[in-house]
Design a protein around this ligand. Structure first.
Ligand code: F6R
Length: 246
């Protein structure tokens, strides 16, 4: 079942979730354990990342024991490419923290053998002990990560084709719409479901329809976010607009 948490606005949601993330990091590092975070890109998690940076700067929250795995990367874009997700994360989060650079993991969008790269990514997640807390956004197609419809519940990290709706939505980050890559490497639905905790963020009226579908529809590959109903500890963090169709 999906737990629903309504926040007054996205800043309040970011503050609440950043605090929970900090508590988790603190608790685990006290017992000598790393914290493995699964991270998303896109506009939605930006207030959360800003708040984590604030906690680092003003409350000395340390990320030295944190290991991160991002959900996805565009095929063909290397870490230095301005529109790569690696670069996005560097600018909006990593470069502002004390996280060791070796603890930051991404699928390699330039991999010569994507299948091997994806298998290695799965193995790296397992070797790190699995994801403790996975942050998600949701696409209007119902995608989580870049698991576009149809995506099976058993799907693993793999090379995928992006839906045209997603390419149009993500064009805001590119100089021109045709520059949005057609393919990406993404964690699979099964990979995401293995995270011990999943926190999905969705704000604004544009997400209202898809949030309602994700929560209400019978789980199926046609709306991959519905698979989250099978997760034992998944919370959707919403504002009044994104929750308006529930
Ligand atoms: C990003 C990702 C996507 C986004 C989704 C929502 O790494 O995996 O699933 O979370 O496309 O994007 P925004 O937040 O820009 O609406």
């Amino acid at each position: 079942m999906i737990a629903l948490r309504l926040h007054p606005d996205k800043q309040s949601a970011a503050q609440a979730l950043a605090r929970e993330t900090a508590d988790l990091i603190g608790l685990r590092s006290e017992s000598g354990k790393p914290t493995v975070l699964g991270l998303a890109t896109g506009s939605t998690p930006l207030p959360l990342y800003a708040e984590l940076i604030r906690l680092h700067r003003e409350e000395r929250l340390s990320f030295r024991t944190v290991i991160t795995f991002n959900l996805d990367e565009y095929e063909g874009l290397g870490p230095a490419h301005p529109q790569s997700y690696r670069r996005f994360m560097e600018e909006h989060l990593f470069r502002h923290l004390d996280i060791p650079s070796g603890n930051i993991r991404f699928p390699d969008g330039l991999a010569k053998d994507p299948a091997q790269e994806c298998a290695a990514y799965e193995a790296a997640i397992r070797a790190a002990g699995g994801i403790d807390l996975q942050i998600l956004g949701i696409g209007r197609t119902g995608h989580i990560g870049f698991n576009e419809p149809p995506s099976a519940v058993e799907s693993r990290t793999r090379r995928v084709r992006l839906d045209e709706v997603t390419r149009r939505d993500n064009a805001v980050f590119f100089d021109e719409p045709t520059a949005v890559p057609h393919r990406a490497l993404t964690m699979g639905v099964a990979t995401i479901l293995e995270a011990r905790r999943v926190e999905l963020l969705a704000f604004g009226a544009a997400k209202a329809d898809i949030v309602a579908r994700a929560v209400r529809e019978t789980p199926s590959a046609d709306c991959p976010a519905t698979w989250l109903q099978r997760h034992p500890a998944c919370t959707f963090h919403l504002d009044a607009a994104s929750a308006s169709k529930l």
